[in-house]
Design a protein around this ligand. Structure first.
Ligand SMILES: [Fe+2]
Ligand SMILES: [Fe+2]
Length: 264
């Protein structure tokens, strides 16, 4: 495969922000709507471990490259959460990872059932489940790259923009892994193509929409992707996805944006 997993695991590092002057936020603070979007992004980055837990009970766990990738990927997403929490902290907003995890653990049935469902679904479907997991991951990582770059461009804050561009660069590496895997696995199996198309059409939603309040999803997606330029980004995401084997014509991102009331 084109993605070098050994090199990736050897070179995986936390996103660096120690050289950035966070005092800038004191004299040049971020507006409320941006802090609200950052809070959402921070929560989602911190939630990666729950998603990882769901995936560890599926056939993906047995694939050595996928499980090696996911181990490092989970750490990088956690570090993204930490960096964003530091930005929020500089504005007096506290995001506590342990508290967030505790709340998530208390969510109850729906939450507890998810890994079981994933496991049943994953194990019935077998190896083709991994293809679905990979294209799902690719769609989410493409969205993450677009979201961070877009917020950096919208806000044009000298410190925030640098940090977000650094995070986006790591998200692009995640795209490379998921998309390479997805392309090869979908090309190799008709069953995987049918399943992936069905799963994306039926169940895909914007990153975080399954755990965050709908109002928050609408705020973040509207903040980042409304207007002509935003819609161009959305269509680019759909283009990436629909160029994958067996997924032509899918417009899942645009459909999801409309569902959350994001207007062009
Ligand atoms: Fe991330
Ligand atoms: Fe990522």
């Amino acid at each position: 495969m084109a993605f070098d997993i050994d090199k990736y695991t050897e070179t995986s590092v936390n996103v660096n922000w120690s050289d950035l002057d966070f005092d800038e936020f004191r004299t040049n603070p971020l507006p409320e709507s941006t802090l609200r979007s950052l809070r959402y992004m921070c929560d989602i980055e911190y939630h990666t471990v729950c998603y990882l837990r769901d995936m560890l009970v599926t056939p993906s766990h047995k694939d050595p490259e996928v499980s090696a990738f996911m181990t490092m990927w989970n750490r990088e997403e956690f570090w993204h959460g930490e960096a964003l929490a530091a930005v929020l902290g500089a504005h007096g907003v506290t995001v506590d990872f342990d508290e967030l995890k505790a709340t998530r653990l208390k969510l109850g049935w729906k939450d507890k059932l998810d890994p079981v469902k994933q496991s049943l679904l994953g194990n019935i479907v077998g190896k083709d489940f991994i293809a679905v997991h990979m294209i799902w991951g690719a769609a989410n990582e493409w969205s993450a790259v677009a979201a961070y770059n877009r917020l950096a461009d919208l806000e044009k804050h000298p410190v925030l923009a640098v940090l977000l561009k650094r995070i986006a660069k790591q998200e692009a590496k995640h795209v490379a892994f998921y998309a390479t895997q997805a392309r090869e696995r979908l090309a190799a199996s008709k069953k995987a193509r049918v399943l992936a198309r069905f799963a994306l059409k039926k169940a895909w939603g914007p990153v975080g929409s399954s755990v965050m309040e709908p109002d928050e999803v609408t705020h973040v997606m509207g903040h980042l992707f409304s207007g002509d330029e935003g819609m161009r980004e959305i269509r680019k995401l759909d283009d990436h996805i629909s160029r994958m084997p067996g997924l032509d014509g899918l417009e899942i991102v645009e459909t999801a944006m409309k569902k959350y009331g994001v207007a062009a």
